[in-house]
Ligand binder design. Structure first.
Ligand code: SF4
Length: 490
């Protein structure tokens, strides 16, 4: 494995985004929630601009708007004023509070600010959930995952095993108890174990979230999806502006997460003990099933088998048929892509998922790179397929490092988000995949997860190769598959 910046060189065009951006995405998927960034205004402006570019939806992010004096003497007053303004203007059910590099660097004690805070008289007090997101400590993925954990710590209440000891007796109120939050009332009613599960899919697209909800409904398996931004970041047109867009995971469902039958969490590179699922398992005794993103036939099979076991039902016929269609399209197209050499870059979990999927098609991932530094990417890749043991793995990489390594490895195809566009052009290689994809409208509507959803991406990779070497006629394009596969209806 190569640690790209071990040489001490500066970062040139980072292959990651800032940690509070991940927090904003996570909080965006909670009903009635708004994010407040504790720090300088530029951070919220940058993140708003970035998210709006990708999702093409309005994104409001509040800021405590540090001045010079706040940067020197601390941001307690700015924080309190910001909370007052947000509560008056938005009347949120929850405020997700994420720290920025500046407030982390000066060491603001935000938890004590929260304990001392009194909402404006006459207005309902929202839930206040705080997450520490210094960008110099982590990536946007880590900001996202840490925010889910903070939400679960603050809101999830333990269930009561039938005939057993209430789980709160084991100290399960997580963040509420530790922060002294008003919810830390051991008298809160205990939920009996429910027939529902928790699904924590990580940073996937709104289309993926919709696909997962449809899949769970097909298994007749009630589930709390955390976090669900499928409507808030990919909703329909409004006749009137909504301060907080409708949709998201409901707070009452978040509170029930501690009494679920099981938690299913997609992550193969994030620190296992730090996830929301680990908290629910450790403090609320909710069994945890952790797996990588279900991309690739094999991993999707594992996910379907797990859902079948949890629901007590066979995999629904429509999904079995979809799997057959996917296998057929793989067989049709493998001759175009067999042994083509690919560089894959992006978030670590996504890189691992894409490598799993592409290696099933015959493409050889020769370079897997990420700006993250979990130290787990190589292990996760090797666990997928023995042939991936030969791939060059770069952690902590920037685009300059990736471009240099890709040039040396003579790759045929570049797979990753649109920030690698310039690199792909200089390498004179086609690029596919689009998270984030700023210039292209519609990218939130593209899915990468299970069988049906993956068909659009993988033939696109094959087409990329095909069109670069042969005519652009649809007849020679794997995956276009005639009307049946392209879909002509809206
Ligand atoms: S200063 Fe830190 S938190 Fe703010 S935008 Fe930059 S990386 Fe993100």
């Amino acid at each position: 494995m190569i640690e790209a910046n071990d040489t001490g060189s500066s970062t040139r065009n980072a292959c990651k985004l800032c940690a509070p951006l991940g927090a904003c995405l996570a909080f965006k998927g909670i009903e009635g929630a708004i994010t407040l960034l504790h720090g300088s205004q530029g951070c919220s402006t940058y993140i708003r601009r970035y998210m709006i570019s990708h999702f093409k939806e309005p994104v409001d992010i509040a800021s405590s708007n540090f001045t010079e004096s706040a940067a020197v003497f601390g941001g307690a007053q700015s924080f309190s004023t910001a909370l007052d303004n947000v509560i008056r203007q938005y009347r949120p059910a929850m405020i997700g509070i994420a720290t920025t590099c500046l407030s982390e660097t000066i060491g603001d004690d935000v938890e004590s600010f929260i304990r001392q805070y009194q909402p404006p008289p006459g207005l309902p007090a929202p839930e206040l959930v705080k997450v520490s997101t210094a960008s110099y400590r982590g990536t946007h993925s880590e900001g996202f995952m840490d925010s889910l954990r903070a939400v679960v710590e603050a809101l999830a209440q333990p269930g009561t095993p039938i005939g057993g000891t209430p789980k709160s007796a084991w100290g399960c109120l997580g963040g509420c108890v530790r922060s002294g939050h008003p919810k830390a009332d051991l008298g809160v009613p205990q939920e009996p174990p429910g027939g529902h599960i928790n699904l924590l899919p990580g940073m996937v697209s709104p289309a993926d979230l919709r696909y997962l909800k449809e899949l769970l409904a097909d298994f007749a398996l009630p589930a709390t999806l955390l976090s669900d931004y499928s409507d808030t970041l990919d909703g329909g047109a409004w006749s009137e502006y909504q301060l907080i867009p409708p949709g998201g995971t409901r707070l009452e469902d978040l509170r029930r997460m501690g009494s679920a039958l099981a938690t299913v969490e997609f992550s193969s590179t994030f620190e296992p003990a730090r996830t929301a699922g680990a908290h629910l398992e450790h403090y609320c005794q909710v069994p945890l099933h952790r797996m990588g993103l279900p991309m690739g036939v094999s991993r999707t099979d594992d996910f379907m088998a797990l859902l079948a076991r949890l629901s007590g039902r066979a995999v629904p016929a429509k999904h079995v048929e979809e799997r057959q269609r996917l296998i057929d399209s793989l067989a049709d197209a493998h001759k175009y892509v067999m042994e083509k050499r690919a560089v894959i870059y992006g978030e670590e979990d996504l890189v691992v998922g894409l490598a799993a999927m592409l290696s099933e098609t015959g493409i050889v991932p020769v370079l897997c790179a990420s700006g993250g530094r979990s130290g787990r990417m190589r292990g996760a890749l090797q666990a997928l397929a023995p042939q991936l043991a030969d791939a060059t793995v770069m952690e902590g990489a920037d685009f300059a490092d990736i471009e240099q390594a890709a040039g040396d490895l003579k790759v045929d195809l570049v797979v990753g988000n649109s920030k690698g566009y310039a690199m792909a052009r200089r390498l004179d290689r086609p690029r596919r995949s689009d998270r984030p994809c700023n210039p292209r409208p519609g990218s939130p509507g593209r899915a990468l997860l299970p069988w049906a959803a993956r068909r659009p991406l993988w033939p696109a990779a094959a087409r990329c190769r095909c069109c670069n070497t042969r005519s652009s006629s649809a007849r020679c394009r794997p995956g276009t598959g005639g009307w049946a596969r392209r879909g002509l209806s809206p």
